[in-house]
Design a protein. Structure first.
Length: 101
């Protein structure tokens, strides 16, 4: 599989208990103007469901919920690949290039 599709949605529900630090209700989505939980969904290109996250409070933005649940397992730690023979040295300019200046 060359790629997957990640999407998030708000699953509406009755009001749930919880208050944020600023006093706003934790489960209220300002974007949707309703109460609910933010769920992330990972699918194959043909729409076959591969994975569904646990619900985050409705006030959690999609990208934050994706960073918590979906992105860590989908990404590998990146390591810098150096070309063979490169030992951390800075490449020197060739003599012909330095004379051209």
């Amino acid at each position: 599989m060359t790629h997957v599709i990640l999407d998030g949605t708000l699953i509406e529900s009755d009001r749930l208990a919880g208050v944020r630090d600023n006093g706003n209700d934790l489960w209220f989505s300002q974007r949707h103007k309703t109460f609910g939980g933010n769920v992330q969904f990972l699918s194959a290109p043909d729409g076959t469901p591969l994975w569904v996250s646990d619900a985050e409070p409705g006030s959690t933005p999609d990208i934050t919920a994706a960073r918590i649940h979906a992105l860590p397992p989908c990404t590998k730690p990146q390591t810098k690949q150096r070309p063979p023979g490169h030992a951390g040295r800075t490449p020197r300019r060739s003599a012909s290039r330095s004379r051209a200046r």
